[in-house]
Design a protein. Structure first.
Lengths: 432, 432
């Protein structure tokens, strides 16, 4: 039977086979990305494999099989997190670890998550081939429900494991079909009791490195296969609700208006420029803006907008946020409207430590690849681990920067280069 | 039985009875406004009496009774327009006329429309009391469906009578309950055949003056009971659809964005300032703005907004529109986004002629009331008639400028002053 979608073939058609070396196999990576792509494949040749679904569990079990073939010891905790472990020469020390997730957003792509898991597994495969035993234990993680599509959350597995998830709140959640978290857990063979036990008092990991697709265009523009993440931006969400006065668009003179939309527009333009003077890595976006009553001939009485502000340093991120808050108050005063400001979320950014950056830099030097620092604007499980232990991330080039979409694409050559980079970095971590 | 809402009592509690003179009676105006208020009275003490409803027809029949008591000859055409006629000394000439409407928006007020009909009727009542026979015929009009709430149109009666309504399109309309225009007409005892016959080849009116509440705050601020409308602004609606590129709010650097909302915001701010340098009477409003996909962490890919631009002179109105269109194109170019510009509506403004302004000015001089020129930002049946014959409008002061709302209020003193002003103006028209 011909497959509807053959990711393996597509990947191999554009692969520089010289990268299959030192135990790392581009052909194996292609086969595995393809095998995962078939679980939850959509008619658009994308994938819908949301967190806590049976499809996510099915994908994990496929990877568990590969882990076992690579002589790893496999465990799965009550939150569904999978750990495959390569025994180290010294088993009494915390592990060096890598991994990512296998869940996707609805109609997502085949690289966001799977690449990080398969690249991590490739390190173990390569060592097996090379007959190499690491000094310390090496662990490959599959974190559950990174995307959070089902319960509007995200990073659920890593947050459970590290104890930062509010579990008593989590168990009250319902998905869009009205199924409770407990009922959903049951469909993957888990219970709430086991879920509660998934939190570790000691994380047991010394260092963690995640391979992920860039989801941006910087590496593509720089013509580089991989890059080093120098920080994971912590998002801050602030809601601004401007309250002016609705009125007739024809009968209200221009000098007697309290138009909430012009006030909001002034803030939107300020937000666009807000990061510039404060930080080169900061970004600020108004993605959501709602006008009331939103009638063509009615002066807007109320406008609510959300400012999403991120940076890799908390200090500069917070400086941008306060500059926006101040500006909103200044606009409201000048325009005789009210503004109600509500902080909706404030996550700490995770700057990558010098030590981990040094490791990745020396690997790139050895690979003769120009060093390009990147910022991760999106959150990743590594951000959660980064609050506890030294972490790092390797980004692989994304075609057109597209992500969360069936068109998501990273060439097999770039995927394989990222696996090499990870392997060398993990080996350096073993020696620290 | 105690009435739920006693408009008569409320009006009389604050009435300067010295204005009941020369045959014009504030007490009668109060009684009649009250009687109309009971037809379609809502629990909020507002009124819901939409065009082409049985309630609108009931209100017309109440007025028809008053017309007959005032010795007027009454006819109703196929569009439901009511005409009450006082015989003139010369019946072979076109009439001098006044009037307004008795339909309302849903949950509207008790003055927008009814005041114009009752004030027009008061002229006939006064003449009857004074034993005065005008030189020319005098007609009082009740135009059907001025507000257009039922079929999303408006000015339906006056547009039908003057032949500017697309009747073949009108008969295809359905209301929000799915009733066809024909079915709705039938509920008020009319047929489509009669409706088609309501268009007049010769309008038969020499001059028309409408009394209406201001629906703005200018007279209130100037502490004046009435004012002269110097022009009815013609609205132009232009839709601007900015198309940029959606993207991740965290992963897209600030200098690599095609954000449709910042482009739109720049235009919103330009639109606010656009009238200033071109016209003192122009107004420009963005009342409706929709963001796509409107997610907090997604750079807006598409934004659609409507610019409502009005002025009493077509030339300046159109100059404001073109300045906005040019700016939109300039913004799109500078920000590397597309903009699709669609004209949705362009109605000609009706400036009031010098002759009619002269008549109203001399009346105000005689009444010893300071002359205040106003612009009507909203459309009125008079605007439709104004394309054919000389017209004028008298505005009565509105409390807080509120309209289309149960809180709509004009004091009985101001109502009565407007009736006096109308009567004297009509009498001057008779002599021209």
């Amino acid at each position: 039977m011909t497959k509807q979608f053959n990711l393996e073939q597509a990947l191999l058609s554009d692969y520089d086979t010289s990268w299959t070396k030192d135990g790392v196999s581009g052909e194996r990576i292609a086969k595995r990305l393809d095998a995962l792509s078939q679980i939850g494949l959509t008619t658009q040749n994308g994938v819908t494999r949301v967190g806590f679904s049976q499809l996510e569990q099915q994908a994990k079990e496929l990877v568990i099989g590969w882990m076992k073939d690579a002589n790893m010891k496999v465990t799965q905790d009550g939150a569904g997190n999978v750990v495959g472990r390569v025994t180290g020469q010294n088993e009494d020390v915390p592990s060096i670890a890598s991994g990512s997730h296998v869940d996707s957003v609805p109609e997502g792509g085949h690289f966001d998550g799977p690449l990080g898991v398969i690249a991590a597994l490739e390190v173990a495969e390569a060592w097996k081939e090379q007959g190499f035993t690491p000094l310390k234990p090496y662990e490959v993680y599959i974190f559950t429900d990174e995307e959070g599509s089902r319960f509007n959350g995200g990073l659920t597995g890593s947050r459970t494991m590290t104890g930062v998830l509010d579990m008593s709140e989590q168990v009250t959640l319902k998905d869009s079909d009205g199924l409770s978290f407990e009922e959903v857990l049951a469909t993957t063979g888990k219970t709430v009791e086991e879920f509660y036990k998934a939190t570790r008092s000691d994380i047991g990991i010394e260092r963690f490195i995640e391979v992920h697709i860039e989801q941006g265009k910087i590496l593509e523009k720089a013509n580089l296969p991989v890059g080093i993440v120098k920080g994971i931006a912590g998002p801050s969400w602030t809601e601004f609700r401007f309250e002016g006065k609705a009125g007739h668009a024809g009968n209200t003179p221009m000098n007697d208006r309290q138009d909430a939309l012009v006030a909001a527009s002034e803030l939107v333009l300020f937000i666009e420029k807000a990061p510039i003077t404060i930080s080169t890595t900061g970004v600020a976006t108004v993605g959501k803006l709602d006008v009331e009553p939103n009638g063509s001939n009615v002066i807007p009485g109320k406008v609510t907008l959300n400012a999403d502000i991120r940076d890799i340093e908390e200090e500069t991120r917070d400086l941008i946020v306060s500059s926006v808050v101040n500006k909103a108050q200044e606009i409201a005063l000048a325009r005789n409207v009210n503004v109600i400001i509500t902080e909706k979320m404030r996550t700490s950014p995770v700057p990558i430590g010098e030590d981990m950056l040094g490791i990745l830099n020396s690997v790139l030097d050895e690979m003769n690849i120009e060093n390009k620092y990147l910022v991760s604007g999106a959150a990743h499980d590594t951000m959660i681990l980064g609050a506890k232990i030294p972490v790092a991330m390797i980004f692989a080039r994304s075609k057109d920067g597209v992500s969360h979409n069936p068109a998501e694409w990273t060439t097999l050559t770039d995927c394989t280069i990222s696996a090499h980079m990870l392997k060398q970095a993990i080996e350096l971590c073993m020696e620290r």
